[in-house]
Design a protein around this ligand. Structure first.
Ligand code: FES
Length: 151
């Protein structure tokens, strides 16, 4: 969906900023919001570009640089670290053949860290786009990526 169509769904209130950013970014194959679009959003809401930039940098779901189709976020907070018996990050890095903050050559997966995703009692946890996966095991990770088309 074009940005103009998305903006038309929202009133010109700053409180709509995050929803607009998330909805628009989800329509972009490369999962990011360009500088140009960021300016258009700021103008629409009549807020400064720096305000939009600060929101973009605060929320790990949002990005100003191109990423893969799926954003794989590994929680790196304490509970997940303590519950991580087999090294979730290393397992995923090996599976995808990339390191944190890299994107696979086929542009399908980007790997990132995230802060706590609110599932500490079911750690270790990861988030892929809006889906959270908990109580991870090597087998569970294998199945998750198989379902997403990664052999
Ligand atoms: S510490 Fe990982 S979900 Fe809370």
């Amino acid at each position: 969906m074009e940005l103009a169509n998305i903006l038309a769904k929202y009133s010109k209130k700053e409180e709509n900023l995050i929803e607009i950013l998330l909805e628009f970014q989800s329509t972009i194959n490369t999962n990011f919001i360009s500088e140009e679009d960021l300016v258009l959003i700021a103008n629409y809401l009549n807020i400064s570009e720096s305000k939009v930039c600060s929101v973009m940098s605060f929320y790990t779901l949002l990005s100003t640089t191109p990423r893969g189709k799926y954003i794989v976020q590994v929680c790196n907070n304490v509970s997940c670290h303590l519950s991580d018996e087999f090294n979730v990050l290393k397992t995923i890095e090996t599976k995808l053949g990339i390191k944190v903050n890299e994107t696979t050559k086929n542009k399908k997966f980007t790997l990132e860290f995230t802060s706590c995703i609110g599932c500490c009692d079911e750690a270790p946890a990861i988030r892929i786009d809006n889906e959270v996966y908990t109580n991870l095991t090597k087998e569970k990770i294998e199945n998750i990526f198989f379902e997403l088309g990664c052999e």
